[in-house]
Design a protein around this ligand. Structure first.
Ligand SMILES: *Cc1c(COP(=O)(O)O)cnc(C)c1O
Length: 376
């Protein structure tokens, strides 16, 4: 089965990992510090990112750092992976789903504006398929009610909008380094922000809430062993073994992004002018780091096309089932019909294979199957 996404690993990556295995630090060592500086730099920031063990952990850490808790509301898109919403739910917040723009599938600023209240703590957009959110529009909506804008950039590390890299667009940005994403550490993620307070709280939360710096201690004179826990936290530390893989992968990030664009162009050219098919939108000023190729089929035969491709060895996916359709949210009273644009997008969408090592001939095989299906 040809997968819809997969990692690209070189001998060089393997060497970078085995070097760490032979060294002194398997975790919390120099490879982590280097990777955190590397990620900050890709995000257009100085200093260090806060590395964590997954994109889900990054969202949990970011919401915790933003102070999200019971009584707060978080506004987000239903066209995303569960974690964008549920990491705020586990902190006790109420999720307000707002609809997406029909072209990009990204959180629509007008829809978000309609559901924010003075209890909104965070507005969370997702760079769906790798296309950056309307950060200016969403930022305005968030800031007007005293909330912050979070960008779930699990799909879009390496992208930019109007010349600003993803990571510098929102108040806080999260990344995922799962193998299907744009670069990998096997499991991993990161939080970046320009706000030193958010970064410090994120770093504390991912380190079990422990602090040792004398100026942060309530009782600084107890001894050199002393640490304190001013707030709760968890252990989300990314090991050096994986951070080394990440830094080495980052050296190829621009070639990954370029190859993803090439494949996207090849699909786009092949599906141009076919009535039943809608290609992913690409707004002016955006440089998407295409994580997905979300093809939409508009004749009601999504399931048939999906099964046809799977039956022919093409490991297509659907991204995403509207999050509030999940039993957890249904049991809380969320109902189908809440976000019609996202539901329509979902009902038409199929993610075609897209990853840097995908060959042109494999792309053409997928194209032939899709075109054949719609009789083009
Ligand atoms: C993959 C993904 C996540 C979660 O990342 P993990 O590393 O798998 O935990 C969160 N949000 C979006 C949009 C994702 O695609």
């Amino acid at each position: 089965m040809l997968p819809y996404g997969r990692q690209s690993i070189t001998e060089d990556d393997i060497t970078a990992v085995t070097e760490v295995l032979r060294g002194d630090w398997l975790t919390t060592g120099p490879a982590v510090e280097r990777f955190e500086a590397d990620i900050a730099s890709v995000a257009g920031l100085s200093g260090r990112a806060v590395s964590v063990t997954s994109g889900t952990a990054a969202l949990h850490v970011a919401y915790a750092a933003a102070g999200v808790g019971p009584g707060d509301e978080v506004v987000t898109t239903p066209l995303t992976f569960l974690a964008t919403a549920t990491c705020a739910s586990v902190l006790g917040a109420t999720i307000r789903f707002a609809d997406v723009s029909p072209d990009t599938g990204n959180l629509d600023p007008d829809a978000a504006a309609a559901v924010v209240t003075d209890r909104t703590k965070v507005v969370s957009g997702v760079d769906y398929a790798g296309h950056p959110i309307d950060a200016v529009g969403l930022g305005r909506v968030a800031h007007e009610v005293g909330a912050i804008l979070l960008e779930d950039a699990a799909h879009s590390v390496g992208g930019s909008l109007d010349g600003t890299p993803v990571g510098s667009l929102a108040d806080v940005t999260t990344f995922s380094f799962f193998p299907t994403k744009n670069l990998t550490t096997a499991e991993g993620g990161a939080v970046v922000s320009r706000d030193p307070e958010i970064l410090e709280r994120a770093r504390t939360f991912k380190g079990i809430g422990m602090v040792r710096e004398p100026e942060r201690l309530r009782r600084p004179d107890e001894g050199a062993w002393w640490y304190e826990m001013p707030e709760l936290g968890l252990n989300y530390r990314l090991p050096d073994v994986l951070a080394a893989l990440g830094s080495n992968q980052l050296r190829r990030l621009s070639s990954f992004v370029a190859r993803r664009q090439d494949i996207t162009d090849r699909y786009n050219a092949a599906f141009a002018g076919i009535e039943e098919l809608q290609r992913p939108a690409h707004r002016a000023g955006a440089v998407p780091a295409w994580h997905l190729y979300p093809l939409r089929i508009r004749d009601g035969r999504r399931r048939e096309l999906f099964d046809h491709l799977r039956d022919n060895g093409i490991g297509v996916q659907v991204n995403y089932i509207p999050v509030y359709w999940q039993p957890y949210f249904e049991d809380l009273g969320y109902r189908r019909g809440l976000c019609p644009m996202a539901e329509e997008y979902y009902s038409q969408e199929i993610s075609l294979p897209l990853f840097p090592d995908l060959t042109d001939s494999d792309v053409d095989r997928v194209i032939d199957l899709v075109r054949g299906f719609v009789g083009a």
